[in-house]
Write a protein that binds this ligand. Structure first.
Ligand code: GLA
Length: 352
């Protein structure tokens, strides 16, 4: 769990912005809710020096000092590069400098690396992709500094089948979801079926959250958070934390919803029922109960019914609304709720 700058700022980032977001993680209570990684995405880098060492650009005067600042708040420091000669935003990549760059990052105190394919397609054959990802993993290992290793190659070559074997702790499963509800939902619901590849230490990554960025409303934001938590997905907030409404903060930090995402067994949920735009997804929790996401992907309000038999429960069950943090009582056979356009409900269900 953490924060990433890309969707809010793209290339308009600086040391001051990153420090302000680190401050806000603490002051808003986001850190207390579990968000600890401060991840700089593309566009921090400048040119290499005469020895080939990567330098930050002028917006980042001192990366070691920035890392120290982040660590002084008991947060963790994430960074980004590409296996190719250039990144997706045409900045200097790590091609032929993998070990050197990993050493540089370790010397700055980096704890997380996102490795984004981009121009690597110009220098590697498709069958060399896994090797290119493994090479950077080996380079990280040889620094002796642990880093979360985040693969970003948009789900090519069924990365979920081999991401963990090249050292990946998480891998993007689709192309960028940035945009409105229609865009993120188009990609994110495709994570159904990938549940058997995820587990502690190696996760499917449906991309950075768009909550609070301004392209979605609160119903859509609750739907995104619901789906990500049912998926046991990495939770990387993407919004400007210094200007967040109380409603957005409440969506990002609801402890009962986050507990579903962070459940110790780390089981990724899956779709258990669908009828047109109505979908029901279920995630098994370590206490034996079931977290359920109920989605309405249509443009008008619709009633959605969870039949307990679809999640393996016969007869009566106690149902708790995780967004409202309220018990709904003991219900028989099913639970029906009206869900607004593009919205979701999220409940925890325990057999009686
Ligand atoms: C790609 C990645 C994004 C982001 C940008 C940066 O599009 O998928 O997540 O890192 O590059 O340029």
């Amino acid at each position: 769990m953490g924060w990433n700058d890309w969707y809010q700022y793209e290339c308009k980032i600086s040391d001051a912005i990153i420090r302000a977001q680190a401050d806000a993680l603490v002051s808003t209570g986001m850190k207390a809710a579990g968000y600890i990684y401060v991840n700089i995405d593309d566009c921090w880098m400048g040119k290499r020096d005469a020895q080939g060492n990567i330098q930050p650009n002028s917006n980042f005067p001192d990366m070691k000092a920035l890392g120290d600042y982040i660590h002084s708040k008991s947060l963790k420091f994430g960074i980004y590069t590409s296996p190719g000669p250039t990144t997706c935003a045409d900045q200097e990549g790590s091609y032929r400098h993998e070990e050197q760059d990993a050493r540089t990052y370790a010397s700055w105190g980096v704890d997380f690396l996102k490795y984004d394919w981009c121009s690597a397609q110009d220098v590697y054959r498709p069958d060399e992709m896994q090797g290119a990802y493994k090479e950077m993993h080996d380079a990280i290992l040889s620094t002796g500094r642990p880093m979360v290793y985040s693969l970003c190659q948009y789900g090519f070559q069924s990365v979920w089948e081999w991401g963990a074997s090249v050292g990946g702790n998480m891998w993007r499963t689709t192309e960028d979801i940035g945009g409105n509800y229609r865009r993120w939902s188009l990609f994110a619901f495709q994570n159904n079926g990938l549940e058997k590849y995820a587990g502690p230490g190696h996760w499917n990554d449906p991309d950075i959250l768009l909550i609070g960025i301004g392209k979605t409303n609160l119903d859509e934001d609750r739907a995104q958070m619901t789906l990500w938590c049912i998926l046991a997905a990495p939770l990387l907030a993407g919004n400007d934390l210094t200007k967040m409404s109380p409603e957005i903060l409440a969506i990002l930090t609801n402890p009962e919803v986050i507990a579903v995402d962070q459940d110790p067994n780390g089981i990724q949920g899956r779709r258990v029922w669908q009828e047109g735009p109505r979908e029901i997804w279920m995630k098994l929790l370590s206490d034996g109960s079931k977290a359920v996401g109920m989605f309405n992907r249509s443009v008008g309000t619709l009633p959605v019914t969870l039949r307990f038999s679809d999640i393996g429960i016969r007869g009566k069950a106690s149902v708790r609304d995780l967004w409202a943090r309220k018990d709904l009582g003991v219900l028989k056979d099913s639970y029906t709720v009206a869900i607004p356009r593009y919205g979701a409900a999220m409940v925890k269900v325990e057999p009686e």
